[in-house]
Write a protein that binds this ligand. Structure first.
Ligand code: COA
Length: 354
């Protein structure tokens, strides 16, 4: 079976509706394995999500097809960030339908990833695995990848939220020193430079053993990212804190919501600049956002967020709010040379066998 499967680049700007429809079917099989509680993706979403890829993120895709081209059975992706930072890195992902695993398909898909990394001169490759699908970790170890960071999706069931706690956090807020405001949707163009500087605070998140530089997003990259969100019909709310005297931005928290998946809300960044910490801003921002969600999106049932397991300050706030561990992730990194060695070793073994 394996040798009859065809691997082809998937050009999401030119693909036909039928090709997208088969990709959507594949994506939903995998989605069910990763996120069994969640709604499937519509065909429109699969198309939009790919076509809305921001320009700074050069995404390459490959799909493995049955010989009659009636089904997609595997998918690989490589993301080359066209940014100033982290030009040594490339992100990749490989997934194979469960019934076709352990037959060498991932290895075949990996050769395409390695070729792009070599052409693009990307020395370190990173990927994530989900602890509920242990074959991912096994594959990474076989490849010679190293563990970079352990993280977790934490989830808050709204029914379990302690509303008195969020009221207390709002009542104890430092309102004499700071004021809060809302950006509904894209950030205001007039403040984009200041916002880019504020977002830099997210580099304080633990990187553990990741061989990764800080990311410094430029105003242009931020604009591209916001355009991509709008094209994916994802609505963004950002609540920010501002120093009343100096008018400086002191911190922010943001959430993302998509009307196709109205019961889920994703909690994105929460960051407070170092000189404004330990004044209760993090709690105030989070509590204010939660109150807004409760009032304006009463149909939301669960809030999810991703945190490094070593991010003690953020976890302290999330744990108090009632977020519970939902799913564990590992970020792996592997040198391109190591990947090539693994692939060559396999080629040599199979040549010796023939
Ligand atoms: C990980 C995954 C892509 C592997 O796909 P696959 O087609 O079964 O992998 P292959 O058959 O090409 O195996 C590649 C190597 O990993 C080993 N391997 C893969 N799964 C394994 C398992 N469950 N147990 C033991 N070894 C395993 C294979 O033996 C092979 O080693 P070899 O080179 O010595 O022969 C697949 O299990 C999957 O889709 N998992 C979910 C997504 C994921 O976690 N991806 C990893 C991040 S890129």
């Amino acid at each position: 079976m394996l040798n009859t499967l065809q691997i082809k680049a998937f050009d999401y700007h030119k693909a036909t509706e039928r090709e997208f429809s088969l990709l959507n079917e594949f994506n939903n099989r995998i989605r069910q394995e990763y996120w069994p509680e969640d709604q499937p993706l519509t065909l429109e979403e699969t198309i939009q999500n790919l076509r809305a890829t921001p320009a700074f993120s050069d995404l390459r895709l490959w799909t493995a097809w049955t010989p009659d081209r009636s089904k997609i059975v595997g998918r690989a992706s490589a993301t080359i960030m066209r940014t100033e930072d982290n030009q040594h890195l490339m992100y990749f992902d490989i997934v194979v339908l469960s019934e076709l695993r352990r037959q060498g398909l991932a290895k075949r898909l990996l050769t395409h990833i390695a070729t792009v990394a070599r052409t693009e001169n990307r020395r370190v490759l990173q990927t994530d695995t989900d602890s509920k699908i242990p074959s991912g970790e096994t594959f990474m170890k076989r490849l010679g990848a190293r563990m970079g960071l352990r993280s977790r999706t934490n989830q808050l069931r709204i029914a379990e939220l302690d509303k008195n706690l969020i009221r207390r956090w709002t009542e104890n807020a430092p309102t004499d020193e700071f004021e809060l405001g809302l950006w509904n949707g894209a950030y205001p163009e007039a403040e984009i430079g200041a916002i880019a500087k504020m977002i830099d605070v997210m580099n304080a998140q633990p990187k553990d053993n990741l061989e990764q530089e800080d990311w410094h997003w430029t105003p242009e990259e931020i604009r591209q990212w916001q355009k991509s969100l709008a094209e994916r019909k994802t609505e963004q709310w950002t609540i920010y804190a501002r120093d009343r005297k100096t008018r400086e931005l002191a911190g922010y928290t943001e959430v993302f919501w998509n009307p196709h998946h109205s019961e889920n809300l994703n909690q994105g960044d929460t960051g407070v600049l170092p000189k404004f910490r330990n004044k209760g801003l993090g709690r105030w921002l989070k509590a204010t956002m939660l109150e807004k969600v409760l009032h304006e999106r009463p149909y939301v049932k669960r809030i999810r967020t991703g945190n490094a397991n070593s991010n003690a300050p953020m976890l302290a706030i999330n744990n108090e709010l009632g977020f519970k561990p939902y799913k564990d992730w590992s970020t792996w990194q592997v040198e391109l040379n190591q990947m090539l060695e693994y692939l060559e070793e396999k080629t040599l073994v199979s040549q010796n066998r023939t």
